[in-house]
Design a protein around this ligand. Structure first.
Ligand code: SF4
Length: 346
């Protein structure tokens, strides 16, 4: 039976939708920027954001942010038990720590406080932090070493009867990350798991890497919360996260905008049409499909499952709804017609 954890009002695991996370990229002492980034992340659907607490003198800034932000936050600590305790004192109901690097007596203090406050602890290992000993025990298998690192950390908490846990193992290698998470899931099938690649990189490469790893795990039923880690704005991480969940049909978020890749039959500049259509779809009901196709001969047929669509013609575009043609309009007319069409007034 899968467990769940609750951070403020956010429940993760146990049949809940796969959650979408990000991490603040602003500095904690830039209070306005942090509050604004939380707001912006919340607006694009982010459900949990990690925030780094690298120094004790940022305690007041963290407290300020926790009190101001409507977004649920998890303090990112690593191995300093004093910072873990400060984060919980500042009001964070979730911390991410590396308990293997904490002195045992201080780890016990962290666990005792988390128990008192009902705080969630995420433990995690990443490819760069596995020890020589773990690598040796895994006979050089880096995925297995990653699993062993997580198991060591998890046992430290479980031996202390602390089970309000999220497990995570990350690597910048897709096969290594996938194998490590499969091993963790086999060993701890009931625990909540956070998944994602680490240091996936910028641009298309980063998106593909993250998608390959996250999708490979989610399609096996592994992963309760995801973060697409990109060298990019955090809002983009959230957007890509939802696109992965939509593509796997695990969650709906906004409309499903489909467009053809175009070919020699195209009658219109599909990219131009997509730019025209995309802003008009924001108020449509979640999950409906909107199609933008390059030609009127094949387009409506190829997109017959779409609720609303348009296909390029020599003159402009033909609009269709539920597979039925609504009319053909010139490019000049489209500026005026499209808002009416997407508002249901045509
Ligand atoms: S809809 Fe038309 S233009 Fe687009 S890929 Fe299909 S045949 Fe080509």
């Amino acid at each position: 039976m899968k467990r769940s954890v609750k951070i403020n009002n956010l429940v993760i695991g146990a049949g809940q939708p796969v959650r979408v996370e990000s991490m603040l990229k602003t500095r904690l002492n830039d209070r306005d920027a942090c509050v604004a980034q939380c707001e912006s992340l919340l607006n694009c659907g982010c459900e949990l954001a990690r925030v780094a607490l690298p120094r004790a003198d940022l305690y007041e800034d963290l407290k300020y942010l926790v009190n101001r932000a409507k977004l649920t936050l998890m303090a990112d600590i690593h191995f300093d038990p004093n910072l873990a305790i400060l984060a919980m004192q500042a009001g964070c109901k979730a911390i991410r720590i590396n308990p293997g690097n904490m002195p045992l007596n201080r780890l016990n203090d962290v666990i005792a406080m988390a128990k008192d406050l009902g705080a969630v602890i995420r433990i995690g290992a990443n490819g760069g932090s596995v020890s020589e000993r773990q690598l040796e025990e895994a006979k050089g298998d880096r995925a297995k070493a990653l699993f062993l690192a997580v198991r060591e950390q998890a046992e430290l908490l479980l031996n202390n009867k602390f089970e309000n846990l999220i497990l995570s193992a990350k690597s910048s290698s897709v096969p290594e990350c996938v194998r490590a998470n499969v091993m963790i899931n086999n060993y701890y099938p009931e625990f909540v798991m956070h998944i994602g690649l680490t240091e996936a990189g910028p641009g298309d490469g980063g998106i593909v890497k993250s998608t390959a790893g996250i999708a490979a795990l989610l399609s096996q039923g592994i992963g309760d919360t995801i973060r697409v880690s990109l060298t990019d704005e955090p809002e983009r991480e959230v957007k890509v996260g939802y696109e992965i969940l939509k593509a796997l049909e695990l969650r709906q978020h906004g409309v499903n905008l489909i467009s053809c890749p175009t070919c020699g039959r195209r009658r219109a500049d599909v990219m131009k049409l997509v730019k025209l259509v995309e802003p008009l779809t924001h108020n449509l009901p979640e999950g409906i499909s909107v199609a933008v196709m390059g030609c009127e001969v094949n387009g409506p047929k190829e997109a017959k499952h779409a609720k609303l669509g348009l296909a390029g013609t020599v003159k402009g575009a033909v609009l269709f709804r539920d597979g039925q043609t609504v009319g053909e309009y010139s490019f000049e007319e489209l500026d005026d017609i499209l808002p009416k069409f997407f508002n249901g007034k045509l």
